[in-house]
Design a binder for this molecule. Structure first.
Ligand code: HEM
Length: 294
């Protein structure tokens, strides 16, 4: 647990800042009724705000709590009890699963709101900037304390121990990267084998079996295309891109097309040809659907 003295030191928050804030209390108290209302005008633009502020009772409780919090910003008393209270508020937000981003964005609003009051009420620019410095510090301290609850909660979510688990995760990450490299080597070897198959199929043409040679060459070219696609996808994946499931369907599609080309050479295997055509139609439809989604 941090102590308020350490936090104050990190934000260069001095007794002068505390006095400045206390001096602003009468002015800010005049706006404490309007504050929660404007806060809500702002927050209601967050897409999921209603998920957290789900009924009138919760909203009224939150508005009353906000009013109190706003007033306490200018109390001039910032001790360890104040810090613990901020952490408690943060924990309330964590417990309801409120995204930390919402709290950050709402704090941005509070900054703008206080700035607006100062610009309206404090004519002297030098004094205004001086007071603004103190407001900025206390709001930053508030945000720090409130969001630290999110970090604490994240840290607490360990099964055995933080050290062992982060070691395991790092190991698994490296292992998976190693496997991916192995996969790429396998794919390159596969590419070379398909090239060999291509050469072998061409020899059929020169041996006089032109039909078998041409269909075989076409099949091996299709396979080469698939290997290229697979290598490409794997490289993109290693560079952090999304994995394209479409490629797997492509592999199956090409394998069946190649099989069909081979079967077509045998005039008697008509039934097998129809089965393969049906398989191609289904795989083609799946390929098309996935392409649309991806
Ligand atoms: C500067 C930002 C915010 C401050 C200072 C703040 C302040 C507070 C305070 C003081 C409480 C009462 C905590 C308790 O007594 O346990 C609270 C609770 C709560 N806050 Fe916030 N809040 C902020 C942002 C938000 C936002 C953006 C949302 C939702 C979109 C939100 C939703 C809630 C809810 C649902 C509760 C629980 C209310 C209840 O059931 O009593 N807060 N907040």
């Amino acid at each position: 647990m941090e102590s308020i003295d350490k936090i104050k030191a990190h934000y260069s928050f001095t007794t002068r800042d505390a006095q400045n804030l206390k001096g602003l209390l009468p002015l800010m108290e005049m706006h404490k009724e309007a504050f929660p209302k404007e806060f809500y005008q702002y927050v209601k633009n967050f897409e999921d705000a209603s998920k957290y502020l789900k009924d009138q009772e919760t909203i009224e409780r939150h508005q009353a709590a906000l009013k109190e919090w706003f007033k306490n910003l200018f109390s001039g008393e910032y001790d360890n009890a104040y810090l613990r209270e901020l952490e408690r508020i943060g924990m309330t937000h964590v417990k309801i699963n409120l995204p930390a981003h919402y709290v950050n964005a709402a704090m941005h609003f509070v900054k703008q709101y206080c700035g607006k009051i100062l610009r309206k009420e404090i004519g002297d620019e030098k004094e205004r900037l001086y007071l603004w410095g103190s407001i900025e510090k206390i709001l930053d301290i508030n945000l720090d304390a409130m969001t630290s609850s999110y970090i604490e909660e994240g840290r607490r979510a360990y099964f055995i121990s933080e050290r062992i688990e982060s070691y395991l995760i790092n190991f698994a990450r490296r292992f998976s990267y190693g496997l991916n490299l192995f996969l790429i080597i396998g794919l390159v070897l596969m590419g070379l084998t398909v090239l060999g198959l291509f050469v072998y199929d061409i020899t059929h043409i020169f041996a006089g079996d032109i039909e078998k040679g041409l269909l075989g060459t076409l099949g091996s070219l299709l396979m080469l295309w698939v290997v290229i696609e697979l290598v490409d996808t794997e490289i993109k994946h290693l560079k952090g891109g999304k994995f394209a499931i479409k490629v797997f369907i492509g592999v199956a599609l090409v394998a069946v097309i190649r099989k069909l080309l081979v079967v077509m050479l045998k005039a008697e295997a008509v039934e097998a040809q129809f089965t393969l055509i049906a398989a191609i139609a289904v795989l083609g439809a799946v390929y098309w659907l996935i392409s649309k989604i991806e």
